[in-house]
Ligand binder design. Structure first.
Ligand SMILES: C[S@@+](CC[C@H](N)C(=O)[O-])C[C@H]1O[C@@H](n2cnc3c(N)ncnc32)[C@H](O)[C@@H]1O
Length: 424
């Protein structure tokens, strides 16, 4: 494979490409490198490649012409990649895809980046090495060269080494050990010295699953799991992430469609469905808030039906879910109950289909170490005084769209899932 690096700092690559496996791969002729310096293609008398940005602002911009000329020297088969924070994330899957190419051209930016017209004029794909900003594309290009290079056949001593590594299987890798067998009282897991290949393979698989669940649950969500993996994950006694989250369904004070303050009636569907969500996600509690005594009695009767007698024997799962329900008069009572049970006043997180600008990530930060009460309104939504009195207001679901009128039950499910960033 040929890497053609377009950079104003070719010397940057000297040391990294002359040691370790990359240098061996060069010697074996598996990879070759060429460097194209845009300065050599600048028609400017000082070989400048940058200029001031239109519209003002700090920093310089890499001019389009020298880069376009540099690109025109590439072979016809070159796939041109531009290192850029806005690009497609460099993943193991992308590295694998790129390892099948004959030539990769890597465009390294400096300053504020490139004149935008370059991408309009040349067939360029932007690639990012992460959500951070580097001084220049050279370090990113080196990451890409290593990640892609090591997937080329014969690059590594044993080709299979790449197959078992992190991300190749869809998981993070299991832990490794070498001699001594015991160090500072820490022993190498016995199974690894058993010589039993089947047990070792199983132990490694399980360790991979646990590490991935602990460190990167996001990738576990898309990992290819076998039935045995799912059984293993289910059996893990892991901490339920939802217990700091509580939900309140408010029936007063809410608005009707003319903006008047009203009290709504309880619905059996809301009672059941949000209770089931609360149970599924392991929430701390689900509060039905209504000041109407008849409605409170109705809620308790409905819960009682499933918690005792025939309902309990007919459907014990439903009983478990409805056990989360607490009937209170006002939102303040829910707040006080959580404070009494947890020892901390919860952060009140209000919701509306029309307003709110707190992201789920910000709210999830609260959830890490304090109780949070997610407040949902019935009717046409919570009264402004409830929204204003809250510690935060979650951004509406589908806030960019014209229509986002969900039932409160659906909204509760989506919000809980987003807040807990659940993986499965
Ligand atoms: C200082 S950065 C420019 C950042 C640019 N103004 C922005 O905010 O997106 C200069 C160059 O470094 C490279 N670079 C910086 N961060 C990168 C990243 N995360 N992935 C890939 N390339 C990056 C790009 O080639 C970029 O043109």
């Amino acid at each position: 494979m040929r890497f053609s690096v377009i950079t104003i700092f070719p010397e940057f690559f000297e040391s990294p490409l002359s040691c370790g496996l990359l240098s061996k791969a060069r010697e074996k002729g598996l990879v070759e490198f060429s460097f194209i310096n845009p300065r050599d293609h600048s028609t400017d008398r000082h070989h400048n490649v940058d200029d001031r940005p239109y519209g003002g602002g700090p920093g310089m911009v890499m001019a389009v012409d020298p880069l376009r000329r540099a690109i025109s020297t590439l072979g016809p088969k070159a796939r041109i990649l531009m290192l850029s924070p806005k690009g497609r994330p460099l993943t193991q899957a992308l590295a694998r895809e790129l390892a099948g190419e004959e030539e990769l051209a890597l465009l390294c930016g400096r300053y504020e980046g490139f004149d935008a017209r370059l991408e309009e004029l040349c067939p360029i794909e932007a690639v990012s090495v992460g959500d951070f900003v580097l001084n220049g594309g050279e370090t990113g290009a080196l990451c890409l060269i290593e990640a892609v290079g090591r997937l080329i056949p014969d690059f590594m001593g044993k080709d299979e080494s790449a197959d078992e590594e992190s991300f190749s299987t869809g998981f993070l890798e299991y832990p490794h050990y070498t001699r001594p067998e015991e160090y500072e009282g820490l022993k190498v897991p016995e199974v690894l010295s058993s010589g039993h290949h089947g047990r070792i393979a199983q132990w490694r698989r399980e360790q991979s699953l646990e590490t991935t669940l602990r460190m990167r649950p996001d990738i576990l969500a898309n990992a290819p799991l076998t039935d045995a993996d799912i059984k293993y994950l289910k059996a893990l006694d892991r901490v339920r992430p939802g217990r700091n989250l509580h939900v309140a369904l408010v029936h007063y004070p809410v608005e009707n469609k003319s903006g008047q303050t009203i009290t709504t009636s309880l619905t059996n569907l809301d009672l059941h469905d949000i209770a089931r969500v609360s149970c599924t996600y392991g929430l701390g509690g689900y509060y039905i808030c209504t000041p109407v005594v008849d409605q409170q009695t109705l809620a308790r009767t409905l819960v009682g039906h499933w918690r005792e007698g025939y309902g309990l024997t007919a459907n014990p799962d439903r009983s478990e879910a409805l056990g989360r329900v607490r009937v209170v008069s006002l939102l303040d009572d829910a707040v006080a109950d959580i404070a009494a049970r947890t020892g901390r006043r919860p952060k009140v997180l209000a919701t509306s289909a029309k307003a709110g600008n707190m992201t789920c990530e910000q709210a999830a930060r609260w959830l890490r170490d304090e109780p949070v009460l997610l407040v949902l309104g019935t009717g046409h939504g919570l009264r402004p005084e409830v929204l204003e009195g809250a510690d935060g207001m979650l951004r509406a679901i589908r806030f960019m769209d014209r229509y986002n009128h969900l039932s409160v039950r659906s909204a509760a499910s989506i919000m809980v899932d987003r807040l807990l960033g659940d993986v499965g």
